[in-house]
Design a protein around this ligand. Structure first.
Ligand code: SAH
Ligand code: SF4
Ligand code: F3S
Length: 442
């Protein structure tokens, strides 16, 4: 057997990239690579990139610049760029950074073995197609019966849907990930079972528009109910959803499916109908608020998360105040907010931007409000009993870190044997980004 080569993957962007990085590592494993956490030990460095905002792509180019020194030291070092910047920039990446050996878009990872053959022959390898075939079916199957894949941590991501047909005016995803495609439910159930066999107890179903999933005749709710039948799978989550795809069955499942966790990421982007229209979101602030009411009727303790963009072209002070009003009315337990970043090729990029300092000031005010709400939601957990799935050791000896049903990080003094277990915890204190508590019996 040949000595194994070391692969270092750095992942940017969303959870779908995290999932893809795992799958690429498995695919390259067949090529003799094993992953390392140390970049300077690697025979191959793969950057799995994100293109969602300006700085993301710039970060990739500066990271590539820093790799120059490593490549000078080790001329055999292979450098690859995968993900959404790879898709968007294509051959431009190799022009701008000739040290790059491989550029591969998100829909062609299953062709990595062929691409690697080219790389190993010293030829530049580039593939940014949107092929007909399903990349997941051509990657090594996870947990295929009879296969002895190693044990893994108690939580996992599982991509069920990819791409997007919504074309929000600001967003690159429909261009970098392509059209919306759902994986058939049988394959997902098989993969989920394989993960559970390897020790996974919580699965987060992923998709850019995960609730538009149509690989099951009863949509995402149908898939969730089917997965809920897997023994040993205790928790199901999904992300990211679009407000227009929250159907009745999915809302109802939040109240009736015990394994579906009380946490929902449902981005609204803006509270102004004028801006929502310009964004091509096809929902209004009012329809969003009514939807949240219905979901909370089904599951009153739901923790709601969202995404916001401030400074979208044409956003006035009043439009921004409408966003602030929506946030006050809805109340978020967690949220992401961003300053609008023009993306080449998207319709909004043609329009005139809100001046930078005005957008910055709005972002600051919004983040302050969202921060207060997040803090209040977290503080309200003190004194409550939650169920924690322990994921890893904490920084202190004898401490474990896990997640509650509401996705709060919880620090607890507990035995290492509790790793991977779900235990009842009484929350005693709330720190800026985590809770702490003590184990309860039973
Ligand atoms: N599919 C998800 C979001 C994917 S992108 C959805 O529709 O909700 C994640 C988030 O990045 C978006 O929700 C949006 O808030 C933000 N985002 C996307 N494009 C952006 C841009 N051009 N500038 C700033 N933020 C952006
Ligand atoms: Fe982007 Fe809109 Fe699609 Fe979300 S729904 S991925 S924001 S185009
Ligand atoms: Fe980024 Fe691509 Fe995800 S642009 S957010 S990595 S889909």
């Amino acid at each position: 057997m040949s000595a194994s080569k070391k692969l270092f993957i750095k992942t940017y962007g969303c959870q779908m990239n995290v999932y893809d990085s795992e799958r690429m590592a498995e695919a390259l494993g067949e090529d003799g690579y094993e992953t390392t956490e140390q970049m300077d030990q690697a025979d191959m460095i793969l950057l799995n990139t994100c293109h969602i905002r300006e700085k993301a792509a710039e970060k990739v180019y500066s990271e590539l610049g820093r790799l120059r020194a490593l490549k000078d030291e080790n001329p055999d070092l292979k450098i690859g760029v995968a993900g959404c910047v790879a898709q968007a920039e294509g051959a431009e990446i190799m022009r701008r950074q000739p040290l790059v050996d491989l550029v591969v878009g998100p829909q062609t990872y299953h062709r990595l073995p062929d691409l690697m053959a080219k790389v190993n022959a010293g030829q530049p390898a580039l593939d940014t197609d949107f092929p007909e075939e399903d990349k997941f079916e051509h990657l090594p199957k996870r947990g295929k019966s009879g296969e002895a894949l190693p044990k893994r941590g108690p939580t996992a991501f599982l991509t069920v849907q990819e791409g997007c047909d919504k074309f929000c005016a600001f967003c690159v995803v429909p261009y970098t990930r392509g059209a919306e495609v759902s994986r058939p439910s049988e394959r997902i159930v098989r993969e989920a079972q394989g993960l559970v066999d390897r020790g996974v107890r919580e699965i987060t179903l992923l998709g850019q528009n995960v609730n538009a999933y149509h690989g099951h005749d009863q949509g995402l709710a149908g898939l969730i109910w089917q997965l809920a039948e897997i023994d040993g799978l205790d928790r199901i989550r999904f992300t990211t959803s679009h407000p227009n795809d929250m159907d009745d069955a999915l809302i109802e499942a939040h109240g009736t499916c015990d394994k579906l966790m009380p946490y929902l990421h449902l981005p609204v982007q803006s509270g102004s109908d004028r801006i929502l229209k310009a964004m091509n979101r096809k929902h209004t602030a009012e329809s969003y608020i009514r939807l949240i009411d219905r979901i909370r009727d089904a599951r009153p303790d739901l923790l709601l998360s969202g995404d916001f963009i401030v400074g979208f072209p044409g956003e006035t002070d009043q439009d921004f105040e409408d966003t602030m009003a929506l946030v006050r009315e809805v109340g978020y337990g967690q949220a992401y907010s961003f300053k609008y970043s023009p993306r080449p090729g998207t319709p909004a990029a043609e329009k005139e931007d809100v001046p930078g300092e005005i957008a910055q000031e709005r972002l600051y005010r919004l983040q302050e409000l969202l921060g207060e709400q997040q803090r209040a939601a977290q503080d309200s957990m003190v004194g409550r009993d939650v169920l924690v799935l322990f994921e890893k050791p904490g920084r202190l000896p004898g401490q474990l870190i896990g997640k509650s049903e509401y996705l709060h990080a919880v620090h607890v003094m507990a035995d290492a044997a509790d790793l991977g277990q779900i235990r009842k915890v009484r929350i005693e204190a709330s720190a800026p980004n985590s809770l702490s508590g003590k184990l309860l019996a039973g």
